[in-house]
Design a protein around this ligand. Sequence first.
Ligand code: C5P
Length: 268
Amino acid sequence: MVFSRRPVHMTESFPMARRKKIYEGKAKILYEGPEPGTMVQYFKDDATANNAEKRDVIDGKGVLNNRLSEFFMVGLNAIGVPTHFLKRLNMREQLVRQCDIIPLEVIVRNFAAGTMAKRLGIEEGTPLPRPIVEYCYKDDKLGDPLVTEEHIAAFGWASQQDMDDILSLALRVNDFMSGLMYGVGIKLVDFKIEVGRVYDGDFQRLIVADEISPDSCRLWDMETGRKLDKDVFRRDLGDLADAYTEVARRLGVMPANATPMEKPKLIN
Ligand code: C5P
């Protein structure tokens, strides 16, 4: 049988049933894309915490994260920070560049929180003297342990040049995301990115991959300190979809099928 190669703009109708699943993670599924070098990234509604010890399905989370990740990645691409994002296909899916994921979770922290606050006995919310970048080895069975650049070099997970590029990507994402969030009254406490390697002819380069969303960031309201991120789920602080919707609303990123806001009514 001869398959014709479908242009990227036709991918909205890329049929689900014939797709090859490449990988299923806790919150996303990756399918083979319509063109060589592409993949379809599907956002699930599943929420997990503590390495999947706590799990639930949160209606609409996948739709919100698909939209929010698109918004952040489009912005990063526009300011010259390369990402895997190509285009959003529908409510839950986006077309992304296929890349070899570096097996590290790259965490950037502006304020102490989470595992860092616990590990070093620093009160959550304490401003850090400068952004601190941490690396965790991506391995669910081991609980993604914190590693140093010594481990990364010794075990060959990334080269010294890669580490320089990863650090520069992480800090640019931090500046972009911090400014964007500041503009809508939200403090970017910390976040995690993943980095992938792509090949352009003889050249290879590193790009931001995976997702950037309230699942992978800590976002606190500047005035009230209200948490607008996955800690709402991790710490049972209320409705997760409400928190993510608030982030989307402030950024002007609403899901396509959201009920339009009512026009103000004249009160006599
Ligand atoms: O838990 P911890 O304080 O180390 O998390 C730091 C940041 O990295 C948080 O924003 C958290 O949401 C994110 N993170 C993530 N995925 C992980 C671990 C942490 O997105 N597996």
